[in-house]
Design a binder for this molecule. Structure first.
Ligand SMILES: *Cc1c(COP(=O)(O)O)cnc(C)c1O
Length: 396
């Protein structure tokens, strides 16, 4: 049996070269960067080198880069730090219905605890925010717009440049959760008028537990993690030096590989999409096609089956994927993203996300295409939902 990992949107393996540059900072170069002796200055220098690497990859300045413990922490910082800092200006935040829970649940917290008011913009059937909706939603109390760069479930890339330009013109801060996008598309924070941005190392072949918060020079937020004076007094706690070094190297390498990786992985993606749509009847591709979709993302709805059973069947064949539906996340609700693009409960429950990466080969795609249609057909034969559906719409 083959082992085919197709869940790169959930996490990526740490690149062996990344691990290699990290390793000395666990052992011989373990000094606390805040210490005075010269040996600790090596740790400080390593952090500053990584800060420069991240800045260079994003067309940012090193002083605009802050290291955090995760993408989630960076998202929390952006929202809470803005609402707390700009209270006298307003309390209104605009975001979208399809954000990661790191944004959505922080939004709920702001409303419940901080006196914030949050608008969740709808999206079109491919998962895109409409600029008209954003324009209609902002008020004179709006202090922050947070729209994810690309969606983690269906891969839709948002019109970030237009959103950024609009916010800049209105004097409203603009944050984007670029955790998925930064691993796969070029991001220039200046050209896109981005004020704040969240990244995560483990989505780009770096280690888990390290994130980046980009904060445009001159902007001031409340701190999120309080304590010592690390990160210029803005983000306390002894630095995760190895993680930071890994993040710096991972983003530099990712950027260097992008010109080869992007076309190769998008071609595999399109072959997988066309292969599945051509061989499995009554299947819907969720999200956009072409340039407006992350190079590595596929997401399908198979009418008549449950995403969980599909995952188990695929797992039995050595294929690791994911579903946006219910029980995997411990609730009975289908994915908020799939509901936001207008799917029925049945469609949302029968969803499958396969996300590709550096390790994905032509053989992996062939293998998935050779087993998936059969699995779906077998499960549909046992499904009362499918029986009903066929009665109404026919087999093909
Ligand atoms: C994975 C992910 C996060 C969370 O990042 P962590 O570093 O795992 O906390 C946030 N937003 C999006 C879009 C993600 O895909």
């Amino acid at each position: 049996m083959q082992n085919v990992y197709l869940d790169y949107a959930a996490t990526t393996p740490t690149d062996p070269e990344v691990l290699e540059v990290m390793t000395p900072y666990f052992t011989e170069l373990f000094g606390n960067p805040s210490s005075i002796y010269s040996f600790a200055s090596k740790s400080r220098a390593a952090i500053e080198k990584a800060r420069g690497q991240v800045a260079a990859a994003l067309n940012a300045l090193p002083e605009e880069i802050f290291f955090t413990s995760s993408g989630t922490e960076a998202d929390n910082w952006a929202l809470k730090g803005t609402v707390e800092k700009l209270r006298s200006k307003g309390n209104h935040v605009v975001t979208t219905q399809i954000e990661h829970h790191a944004i959505l649940h922080t939004g709920e917290y702001l409303e419940k605890v901080e006196g914030g008011k949050v608008t969740y913009l709808p999206v079109d059937e491919e998962g895109r925010v409409r600029l008209e909706d954003l324009k209609a939603a902002v008020t004179d109390k709006t202090i922050l717009v947070s729209v994810m760069f690309a969606n983690n479930e269906i891969g839709t890339i948002q019109p970030i440049k237009e959103i950024g330009a609009f916010c800049r013109e209105k004097g409203i801060l603009f944050h984007t959760d670029a955790v998925q996008a930064a691993a796969q598309v070029d991001i220039d924070v200046k050209a896109l008028s981005i004020d704040m941005m969240s990244l995560s190392a483990h989505k780009m072949y770096g280690p888990k537990g390290t994130g980046v918060f980009y904060l445009r020079k001159g902007l001031k937020l409340e701190n999120f993690v309080h304590g010592g004076g690390q990160e210029k007094g803005k983000r306390a706690s002894t630095e995760n030096i190895a993680g930071i070094v890994g993040m710096g190297f991972a983003i530099e390498k990712m950027k260097a590989r992008l010109p080869q990786d992007k076309p190769r992985i998008s071609a595999l993606r399109d072959r997988l999409i066309d292969g599945i749509l051509n061989t499995v009847p009554h299947t819907k591709l969720n999200g956009a096609r072409g340039q407006e979709r992350l190079p590595n993302n596929t997401n399908f709805s198979f009418i008549g089956i449950e995403g969980e059973t599909l995952l188990l069947d695929l797992d039995a064949k050595g294929i690791s994927g994911s579903t946006g539906s219910a029980c995997s996340s411990g609730s009975l609700d289908p994915s908020h993203v799939l509901m936001a693009i207008g799917l029925t409960h049945e469609q949302a429950h029968g969803s499958l996300r396969l996300t590709l990466g550096r390790g994905t080969t032509d053989e992996h795609i062939d293998y998935v295409l050779s087993v998936l249609p059969e699995i779906v057909a077998k499960r549909r034969k046992m499904s009362p939902v499918w029986e009903e559906y066929v009665k109404k719409f026919g087999e093909k």
